[in-house]
Every structure is written in C-alpha cells, then in structure tokens.
Design a protein around this ligand. Structure first.
Ligand code: NAG
Ligand code: NAG
Ligand code: NAG
Length: 275
C-alpha cells in the first residue's frame, strides 16, 4: 500500500517527485554560470522556464518549439543542448540572487506554439534552484619593507607593509641568525572595506602578503634572508641612517685618515733626507 501511495503522490506532483535541489554557487565577476535542469516531459505539454529572484524571466522552453530568451537576457544565454540547462554569460555583481528552473503548464486549450513570451504559465513546481553570489576579483597587493634595524651582526628587526588600493597592514619580524619570528605570534590579518581578507604571515622563511576573497586571491612575498642580509639603507628611505651605515662611514673615514697620515710621514721623511 505504501508503494501505491507514493506512486499516487508522484503522479499528483510530477515535478517535486523528480527532486528540486538547491545549489549554492560562488562566481567570479565576468565568468559564466552553468544552470542545469533535467526534466522528463512524457506528456509533452509542460513548459520549463528559468527565473531570476522569482520575478525576472530568463528563458522559456516549450515542447517542439525553439527555446526563447526573454529581452532582458538577449545575448547572455547559451544553450547547452542538454535538457533544460543553459549557460548564463559574463556574470556581474548585480546578477547575484536566486535562479530557479520552474515547470508548469498553460491554462486553456490555445496551441502551445501560439503562446507569446509574456503569457504566464501556471506553476507546477521547481526543478532546480541556484543561490548565486558573484564576487569581484581582489586587487593586486604589494609587500614593501618599511624598515630594517640591525641590533647586532646576527639579528635584525624587519617591518613590512602589505598594501592594496584601499587598505594596508604592517607587521614586524625579529630575525636572529636567519630564523625569523613574527611579532605577536601567528599572522596578522584584517578584513578590508570590500570584505576581502588581507594577511601577512611567515612561511618557510618568506614573508607573505595575501589578499583574498572566496573566488580569487593575489599575493606578494619576500625572502627574509635576502632582506635581512642587505644593509638597511637601500630599502629603508624613512628609517634614517642605520647602525650598519654609520659603522661603514666611521670605518672609511678612519681608514682615510690613517692612509693620509702614513703618506704624510713618508713625504716628510723624504723631504728631510733631501736637505
Ligand atoms: C536578488 O535577490 C537577492 C537576495 O536573494 C538580492 O540580494 C538581490 O539584490 C536581488 N537582485 C535583484 C536585481 O533584484
Ligand atoms: C603602508 O602603505 C600604505 C599604502 O601604500 C600607506 O598609506 C601607509 O602609510 C604605509 N604604512 C607604513 C607604516 O609605511
Ligand atoms: C616549505 O619548505 C619545505 C621544504 O623546503 C617544502 O617541502 C614545503 O612544500 C614548503 N611549503 C610551502 C607551502 O611552500
């Protein structure tokens, strides 16, 4: 008796019996979206159509007639030839929303082929449902060294700035004998005004600056050894002369004075001998 009952129910609701699934999709702006719907239409009088946000029609499939695209979506629909699946092209942020494939029939006995696009079918159910979120790709990031301060010949403090068009985070690393650690433990991260995530962290002796949302990411990185072994002057315009630079200058001046003294003494001796 259960089998009979189920059979009866499935006859009453031909569409729901085939199962409507909700699919959540994330799409990167500019990409295409495949909307898939299958339906066995043995009676040949059911209409299938895709709608956006339950209000805007995309495309209508009527048996034995070419599928028709509604004016709002002219040029944006590609037919896949598979069931009632279509490809929506070049998604924009405003295309975020719910896409449903509906099945239904027309009331009255006017022939299907005479039904204009504006004619509303009577809904019998939903074949497929997509919750679509379109996200823009994230902007490029730049990791720059703000300052390098040597504390001894083996250790230095390194401050970097990870920046995008509209936000930035900085972080300081302490390196001793080439082994670095990030101030405050793990990585530093921040959610940007556009909802993306901006992070600075240490990975395999590289400092990584990572910008990402759910559909796209960009990154920039620098090897810590490379930065710390260089003297600070070249990469730290705002940091003032470093200890290293001062040492070099003092050493050079000392050397010049010593050489000059030696030469002077030598010349004096020669002058004395001539006399
Ligand atoms: C479509 O619906 C979503 C929520 O489901 C809403 O955020 C979006 O603004 C709607 N888009 C249009 C064009 O109505
Ligand atoms: C980091 O970069 C941003 C954008 O380029 C800039 O506005 C900010 O002042 C920089 N911060 C530091 C500490 O250099
Ligand atoms: C880190 O370095 C190790 C050994 O050099 C390597 O096997 C691993 O893949 C690296 N990890 C990443 C994320 O690059």
């Amino acid at each position: 008796p259960w089998v009979t009952l189920l059979f009866a129910v499935s006859l009453l609701h031909p569409c729901e019996a085939q199962g409507s699934r909700v699919t959540a999709v994330l799409v990167q702006e500019g990409e295409d979206l495949l909307l898939e719907a299958e339906y066995n239409n043995p009676e040949g009088f059911f209409i299938v159509w895709w709608r956006f946000n339950k209000t805007v029609n995309l495309v209508r499939f009527v048996p034995r007639i070419e599928p028709a695209v509604f004016p709002d979506f002219t040029g944006r629909i590609e037919f896949t030839g598979k069931g009632f699946s279509v490809k929506l092209k070049n998604l924009q942020l405003a295309d975020s929303g719910v896409y449903t494939a509906e099945v239904g029939h027309y009331g009255g006995d006017r022939p299907l082929g005479d039904r204009p696009l504006g004619d509303r079918p009577l809904g019998d159910g939903t074949l497929a449902e997509y919750k679509v979120t379109v996200q823009a790709p994230v902007s490029p990031v730049k990791l720059s060294v703000v300052s390098v301060v040597s504390r001894s010949s083996a250790s230095c403090d390194l401050t970097v700035n990870c920046s995008t068009q509209d936000s930035h985070i900085s972080s300081t690393f302490t390196c001793v004998d080439g082994a670095c650690s990030q101030e405050g433990g793990g990585g530093r991260s921040e959610v940007t005004t556009s909802g993306a995530s901006l992070q600075v962290y240490l990975l395999n002796s590289s400092i990584v600056c990572h910008h990402s949302n759910q559909v796209h990411w960009t990154k920039d990185f620098k090897g810590t050894q490379h930065v710390c072994c260089q003297h600070a002057g070249s990469e730290a315009p705002s940091a003032g002369p470093s200890v290293y630079l001062v040492k070099i200058v003092v050493f050079s001046v000392g050397l010049i004075i010593m050489v000059a003294a030696v030469i002077t003494v030598h010349l004096m001796e020669k002058l004395h001998k001539h006399k």
